[in-house]
Design a protein around this ligand. Structure first.
Ligand code: COA
Ligand code: MG
Length: 292
């Protein structure tokens, strides 16, 4: 599994050179270069050229990079793939995935070109069928690297209302988290549309983080600090992780199988979690060094 941080994943319209350039200086863990919904139909052809140029010229460091192409139910998908192959994309994000067969159809197209031999596949999880088939989608191909929740499309398909607690979304979100964890792939939460509402974004980040999401997809640079802070281990969590590890090592040295920290038992499995927290903090440091 990819051990890079995914706290923040920013959508950037593939048609906007200014935003594509600006991204190099942003504190963002992952970038989703968009050719789909952020690009108007009569801009599609131009956006491909602008994006390929940016991918070839710009240095985005060790960030995770993916290109969201148009779906295969549109007239643009094949041309998107033809164009971006030149930039040897690290990953392609496929919209409107419904089944394992959709993933395998993309994998076959990537197999057919030497430039995309190593390209990973991410899936937009945004239809009711995708929620029901999340397990088979996550395990559909060796190229599968992650899920991105498409909560706007999902709400549209469900006919659900927006609620601050996202109750109508929770079944779908939970199924996708389960499927991603079962198959060892990354899972990113959907966007928060009101990009000037920091408190609302923070509440959604905390909810997604607590559910097990690795990070949040974002639409505007102003949303980065909140997602980066909420999805990073806090100082208190890092401190507790270190104390869990130390206490367990001491217990083991004394021939005990469990330790007690702050009145709670610490078992082997808590040590695994503590080590993951420390590894995540380290991964954030390493990425920051690569993009400074
Ligand atoms: N990525 C990188 N840079 C971005 C950005 C993004 N998603 N959104 C805005 N910026 C940059 C702008 O280029 C601008 O830079 P500058 O001041 O250096 O020129 C700066 O951030 C401030 O932008 P602002 O004027 O506040 O935003 P806007 O009115 O130009 O655009 C949106 C607002 C929502 C249209 C724009 O943020 C956007 O296109 N977001 C992505 C939408 C998207 O991808 N949707 C599909 C997935 S849901
Ligand atoms: Mg969508």
């Amino acid at each position: 599994m990819d051990t890079r941080p995914y706290r923040s994943a920013l959508y950037i319209p593939g048609s906007k050179p200014r935003a594509l350039e600006k991204a190099m200086s942003l504190a963002v863990d992952a970038i989703i270069f968009d050719l789909e919904d952020a690009v108007a139909p009569d801009e599609k052809a131009n956006a491909r050229g602008v994006l390929v140029q940016a991918l070839q010229d710009n240095d985005y460091g060790a960030r995770s990079l993916m290109v969201r192409i148009n779906g295969f139910d549109t007239a643009w998908a094949e041309d998107d793939l033809d164009a971006i192959a030149a930039a040897r994309p690290e990953a392609v994000l496929l919209p409107k995935v419904n089944s394992a067969a959709d993933v395998q159809a993309l994998a076959a197209r990537l197999d057919a070109r030497p430039e995309t031999a190593g390209t990973k596949i991410w899936c937009m999880m945004e239809t009711p069928l995708a929620m029901l088939n999340a397990g088979e989608i996550a395990g559909a191909s060796d190229r599968m690297a992650g899920f991105v929740m498409g909560t706007n499309d999902l709400a549209k398909e469900l006919g659900s209302r927006h609620r601050a607690d996202r109750l109508p979304m929770l079944t779908g979100l939970g199924l996708c988290v389960l499927a991603a964890k079962a198959h060892g792939i990354v899972v990113l939460d959907g966007v928060y549309n009101a990009f000037k509402d920091e408190d609302g974004l923070r509440a959604e980040c905390i909810q997604g983080r607590d559910m097990g999401f690795d990070g949040k997809t974002l639409i505007h640079p102003a949303q980065l600090p909140v997602a980066n802070a909420e999805f990073a281990p806090s100082d208190a969590e890092i401190d507790l992780a270190k104390r869990h590890i130390a206490a367990f090592e001491q217990a083991e040295a004394e021939g005990q199988g469990v330790a007690v920290v702050d009145g709670k038992i610490v078992e082997n499995l808590h040590v695994v979690t503590a080590q993951a927290v420390l590894a995540q903090a380290k991964a954030i440091e390493t990425l920051n060094e690569s993009i400074q």
